[in-house]
Design a binder for this molecule. Sequence first.
Ligand code: HAM
Length: 442
Amino acid sequence: MAQKLQSVRGMNDLLPSQIARWHRVEAVLRAVGWAYGYQEIRTPMVEQAELFTQSIGDQTDIVQKEMYIFADRERQQLALRPEATASVVRACNQHGLLHNAQQRLWYLGPMFRRERPQQGRYRQFHQFGVEAFGWAEPDMDAEVLRLSARIWRRLQVRDVHLQINTLGSPQNQQAYRQALQDYFGKHRQQLDADSVRRLDTNPLRILDSKVADTMALVADAPDLRLFLDDEIRRRFERLCELLHQAELPFTVNPRLVRGLDYYTGTVFEWVTEQLGAQNAVCAGGRYDRLVENRGGHACPAVGFALGLERMVELLRAQEESDDNAANVTNSAPADIYVLSVTENKSVTTEATASVATVSEMLRDADADYKIIAHYGGGKLNKQMKRAAASGARFAVITNADAHAANPVQVKKLHAADAQQPMHTINLNALAAWLKDNFSFSK
Ligand code: HAM
């Protein structure tokens, strides 16, 4: 037997049995995006690699270790997108979307990072993101946070907590980097290997270390708040006020830094204790310089991205602990199962051909009916078993000639209707009869 190939590590199939929860999450994400006046944007999954190197930062883990980069046939360096903020900024600049205009945009799609796979961390994963361009004041930071809070409410997610921080202006960050380099430089011997590497390139990321000795040093590291200028401070205090007014609880975490270099000012993460080490469900912040740095006019911007795998897993765990699984069963693939009274399995007879004809006729009658056509005939009781297993509300049994005036039989399949007899009905009256007798899942 030929060898069975497996999917690429960290890149998962989503099987029909898992899809209902995804649909539910995606529907809420889209609806909430629209509810705040955000418009959808779709950008390619492949971009020039330098877009990400320049936007996310060439010393970040994403760029240094995690990007899928390849040369195309013209030897141009391309990358699978590890995130979409850089792509959205590129698209806005390329198509002039920000010329004298503000934009509220959302996107949903797969991203790719070659990280070490573990629960909640994959090499292909999906993000829903929003990006608001053209608002400098913290009203917009508060809006994107309210938008994310509404997502949790609509999905009835508990146990997510908001942490916020401000990283200051580029000048503040520069001064803070220097202070961190001075401080950690004095304790170089106690630092783990990763942190030593980051000391010269990206000292802010040392604050994120999960290594015990380094964490002990981090506790006494200089505080970013001492390096903030008055304007940044004012905006951050205003944001805190707005969140209080919105009754949106949050924690200020002065050690919250992000893995992407484009942030200035506000940063935030929604974290949960339900997902182990990968505890950020949604994260983002301000990136007021990125549009200009990528060749556009100066344009303040703020946004976030939410990880769908983590969101779906959180919901699954929550619903399981609530014993609420009924909530999420996949809807049956069929409302109507059409079969024929023919035992001959080896040839297409008039009877089996009429299965397709009747199915098409019903789809014409109502585009929302979900109809499964049974091909290949077979013993009637076997066909009826298949019909019942499909979850359909009822079976339509055709015979040799799908002629309008000819009768077909209809049998209700659900357990509650088990005692009801077959109905015999003329084909030209079938659609109207179905409409009168059943309401269907859409
Ligand atoms: P990020 O923090 O890199 O930010 O990713 C955002 C979210 O995507 C994370 O909080 C997590 O839920 C999910 N995520 C990230 N990596 C993985 C992975 N390997 N497997 C599963 N889920 C993952 C960004 O991507 C920024 N573009 C967010 C943003 C938008 N900032 C401003 N606008």
